[in-house]
Ligand binder design. Structure first.
Ligand code: FRU
Length: 477
């Protein structure tokens, strides 16, 4: 196995890759090579720690390690050494998979899935504890692995992963990603006095394969307002993998959802959340790549984390997401437009590949925002909402690069009197679109050169109430 990179080498890699305009400048991404799920989020002292699924030697998903970075403001991050790497011949020889972190009475502790065997087919749960300045030293627990058998009703051991742990008065609780063989997803519930001995309490919820997919990965379960929320990342056989949320009541053993929805309609996957000291429920999510594996290897980087989102439930018990307010700290030049009709195309001279755009429109006509436009019109992405269909669509023009070339369309119905409120975050190849806080289409675009910065409003019978655009300042070298 190659030796792990030093912090100096990570910095050098970041600088070398900075010439790539498709590479985000103000979202978190690894120094180079591969990243997928956020892992082990932890607020420790006045720092937020982000761990992530990482292969540090090539931009491919292989022998998973954890990566580690730290931040004071959730926006500027500093790389730290790889905290956990697979140990040959051990229970995590094939990969240190996804997990979470808790404060175990002053001991920072991560609970993760350790995998062994070909194809990571043996999945068990393990603990490690952190120490040192910036929590850079991680030691595996002597009792590892602490949970080895998937529940009998699951009928399989291969898909038993991604522990999510929280504390109640009567002990630690844990949910895991799992499925029932020949059926759909299943979330087993466990309890422990010490994170080491786990008692199985039964399936907290089981899924319907046609509706919510074959396997549920990365479940998160937490109180929000006066309800409980579950979200999970679902593997489908017949369509793209999707993150779903559900909100309802928890009786201590079983979860009874009352409302549910799609958390994101495009590239956002495997989110993980924590509650921070301000009482905010903060969610990170991995933005997959839309380009081919060979393109990812050629670029030498893969995977981005979305800007952390604060979660809440609205009056109709729907999940609402708002990127953290700390993002305002890197806003640069600001452009504003007041109320006006939009018919045809209205070019704005504040375009760039690093911007935040907030726009409010009357709920009428056809509303559009074009961005990342090439000067000669040969490239661009567009966001579109149509009052007649009540649908939100993101289209991209560079389909040759994509695994999925279809425009992405999501139902987005407005209630009587509600305005269309669009939030758009553009950062190189990242396009986060959230409408009215509740409809999220997080897409990837790959502008062919750095001049694809054109920005325009488009409309047919549309009326803008207000628009703000900020240039976002880079957080990386
Ligand atoms: C989700 C996932 C997890 C697993 C990890 C492996 O993207 O498949 O279920 O723990 O990635 O990298």
């Amino acid at each position: 196995m190659p030796s792990l990179y030093s912090l100096e080498e990570m910095q050098r890699q970041r600088e070398a890759l900075a010439i790539d305009w498709q590479r985000p400048t103000w979202h978190f991404l690894p120094p180079s090579c591969w990243m997928n799920d956020p892992n082990g989020l932890l607020q420790w002292g006045d720092q937020y720690h982000l761990f992530y699924q990482h292969y540090p030697f090539k931009a491919v998903h292989r022998d998973m390690h954890w990566g580690h970075a730290v931040s004071e403001d959730l926006i500027h991050w500093r790389d730290l050494p790889v905290p956990l790497a697979p140990v040959p011949g051990s229970y995590d020889e094939s990969g240190v998979f996804t997990g979470c972190a808790v404060d175990n009475d002053g001991v920072p502790t991560v609970i993760y899935t350790a995998t062994s065997g070909p194809g990571s087919q043996v999945q068990v749960q393990a603990l490690a504890t952190g120490s040192g300045e910036d929590l850079v030293r991680w030691e595996r627990h002597p009792a590892n692995p602490v949970l080895t058998e998937a529940p009998a009703i699951s009928g399989q051991q291969r898909d038993f992963r991604d522990p999510f742990v929280w504390r109640e008065e009567d002990g630690w609780y844990m949910v895991l990603g799992c499925r029932i063989e020949g059926n759909g997803g299943m979330i087993p519930l466990y309890r422990s006095p010490d994170l080491v001995d786990w008692e199985y309490l039964g399936p907290m919820i089981t899924g319907d394969v046609d509706r919510h997919g074959r396997m549920w990965e990365c479940p998160n379960f937490f109180p929000l307002g006066d309800k409980w929320v579950l979200y999970f990342s679902s593997i489908h056989d017949d369509r793209e993998n999707t993150v779903y949320w559900m909100a309802g009541d928890f009786d201590g053993r079983r979860f009874h959802p009352e409302t549910d929805g799609v958390l994101d309609y495009a590239y956002y996957y495997a989110p993980l959340c924590i509650e921070d000291s301000q009482g905010r429920r903060l969610m990170w999510g991995w933005l997959r790549e839309g380009r081919s594996i060979s393109e990812q290897v050629r670029a030498d980087w893969s995977g981005v984390q979305a800007i952390p989102r604060v979660l809440s439930l609205d009056s109709q018990q729907r999940l609402v997401m708002e990127p953290v307010a700390e993002m305002a700290g890197i806003r640069g030049a600001h452009t504003q437009l007041g109320a006006q009709d939009v018919d045809g195309e209205h070019a704005l001279d504040c375009g760039s590949l690093a911007l935040e755009l907030r726009a409010s429109f009357a709920p009428q006509g056809q509303v559009g925002v074009k961005l990342a436009q090439a000067p000669d019109g040969s490239y661009g992405a567009a966001i579109h909402w149509d009052a007649a269909t009540q649908e939100l669509t993101v289209t991209r023009q560079d389909e040759s690069l994509f695994n999925d070339s279809e425009p992405c369309t999501a139902p987005h119905e407005l209630a009587a009197g509600e305005t269309l409120d669009l939030l758009v975050l553009l950062d190189g190849s990242v396009l986060e679109v959230i409408a009215n806080g509740r409809t999220s289409i997080t897409s990837r675009i790959y502008p062919p050169d750095a001049n694809c910065t054109g920005l325009a409003l488009t409309g047919a019978g549309a009326r803008l109430n207000a628009l703000d655009v900020w240039q976002m300042q880079p957080t990386w070298p």
